[in-house]
Design a protein around this ligand. Structure first.
Ligand code: ZN
Length: 251
């Protein structure tokens, strides 16, 4: 009886969590998720504390893995020195702090993944300032050997969290995301002009990150990041690329 009620409790909790996730993806985003809308170009800065030198962690590998993860999600990563040229001066900062207390046989490590961009003050819109709009931190400890595995693993999970929120703020598949108008980039933007260029030249279009293809007139085409837009002139070509037709525009 006791085990049963415990299990029921777990099932209810799991259902609440699932309901929460579904509501999140289709309805309102929280401000920290919404702050990632359109942030598709950024730099990645890795900052390591002195203590990292006493571990076997490879700083170059850590950074490259994160860059790769972001690029696979369709985010463009600029070389560090070009941070000022990213729209909104978007930077993903990764902080790795390691500290070895002299009286303990363990390393304490503190990880932080945070997103910085230039924002305008509500009271004084002309005053622009760099601010952290998204962040995640992790604190744990472990042996030197354990750290070599745990730090990259935890950074991967944290970056996955960032990508999940980025994807919620930048939906690419209209079939899943409902019709919230706010997700649509206005067609008059410079991005819109590039988009209509590609859309006008091809019979079918798709995002390189999506398994769905559309007719150029489909409203969900407006939501595809122009950098990810790919065009095809025959149905065989699209099918061969492993894509299926959109259920809304039925191309
Ligand atoms: Zn479509």
């Amino acid at each position: 009886m006791r085990t049963n009620s415990k299990m029921n409790f777990r099932i209810v909790m799991a259902m609440c969590l699932l309901a929460g996730l579904t509501a999140d993806s289709s309805a309102k985003l929280n401000p920290r998720q919404a702050s990632l809308r359109g942030a598709n170009v950024m730099t990645v800065d890795l900052v390591c504390s002195k203590g990292v030198k006493d571990t076997d962690l490879n700083q170059q590998d850590i950074r490259e893995n994160i860059v790769q993860q972001l690029e696979q999600a369709g985010i463009k990563i600029l070389p560090g020195q070009l941070w000022g040229t990213a729209p909104g001066r978007c930077r993903l900062k990764v902080l790795v702090k390691v500290y070895k207390p002299s009286d303990l046989d363990t390393f304490i490590y503190n990880l932080k993944v945070y997103f910085v961009q230039t924002v305008a003050l509500e009271r004084i819109p002309e005053a622009k300032i760099d601010a952290v709009t998204w962040e995640l931190a992790w604190l744990a400890h472990g042996s030197k050997n354990r750290l070599t595995e745990a730090v990259p693993t935890n950074l991967k999970i944290m970056t996955d969290n960032f990508i999940r929120d980025y994807n919620l703020a930048n939906p690419q598949d209209s079939e899943l995301s409902g019709n919230s108008e706010s997700n649509i980039v206005p067609i008059t933007s410079p991005q819109g002009q590039i988009r209509s260029g590609v859309a006008a030249r091809y019979k079918y279009v798709s995002s390189k990150n999506s398994k769905v293809f559309h007719s150029p007139q489909c409203r969900s085409v407006k939501r595809i990041n122009p950098e990810n837009l790919v065009g095809y002139n025959s149905k065989e070509e699209v099918i061969q690329a492993g894509k299926r037709p959109c259920k809304v525009c039925k191309p």
